[in-house]
Each structure stands twice: as C-alpha cells, then as structure tokens.
Design a protein. Structure first.
Length: 117
C-alpha cells in the first residue's frame, strides 16, 4: 500500500505538517514550499503535479474545483476538506484518514474529514 503524500493548504496550521512528519508521513505545507498567496486553482494544480492529496478548510471553493476537474476530465490525487477543528481533533481525523487509505485510494475523490471521527 503506497502511503498518501499530503499537501496542506494555506489555511491549515503548519503545526499539523510538522507533527505528521514526526510520525513518518510525507507532508508539506503551502508555506514550506513558498506558495503563500497562490489561488486555490494554482494550489490544486501544484498538488496534482506533485502527486499529492490536498487538505484544506476552504470547503466552498474546493467543492467547485472538484466539480470542475470532474467535468473537464482532469485528475487529482484527492481533495480533503474539513471545517476548522481544535488541533488534536484535526490531527486525530487526519491520522485516521492517512492510515485507512492508500495513495491510489484517494485518486479523484472528494473527502470530508468529518467522516473520520
């Protein structure tokens, strides 16, 4: 099972990336890649180019992007959305997601982190 590579959007706490890396996961944050201020469309395209799933709190805009990708026949490696949560809860749900899917299992999927309580 190939581990998910994760890209954290600008609105996700940088700390999440650090903690996940300490636990052996392949995770980068937008700020760590010098991508601050890029549009959602640009961030998703970057994640696709890097073969990474993206985690964001920007639900409304990424719903639109997921639909656009589907309608245009474009592929992505997973769009994961979540409401803002206390850090420990966000970490718990993200770990549950990462441990229950492979990289291929998230391809072209739109995932609500809410489902990983």
């Amino acid at each position: 099972m190939t581990q998910i590579s994760l890209f954290l959007d600008e609105d996700v706490r940088v700390l999440l990336g650090r903690v996940l890396r300490e636990r052996g996961f392949d995770v980068y944050h937008v700020l760590e890649r010098g991508r601050k201020g890029k549009s959602d469309c640009e961030q998703l395209a970057y994640a696709v180019k890097q073969k990474r799933s993206i985690l964001t709190h920007n639900i409304r805009d990424y719903i639109k992007l997921a639909k656009a990708y589907q309608e245009q026949g474009k592929h992505h490696y997973g769009i994961i959305v979540s409401h803002h949560l206390p850090f420990r809860e966000l970490l718990k749900r993200t770990l549950k997601l990462l441990s229950s899917h492979s990289k291929d299992g998230l391809k072209n999927r739109f995932i609500w982190l809410h489902d990983y309580k």
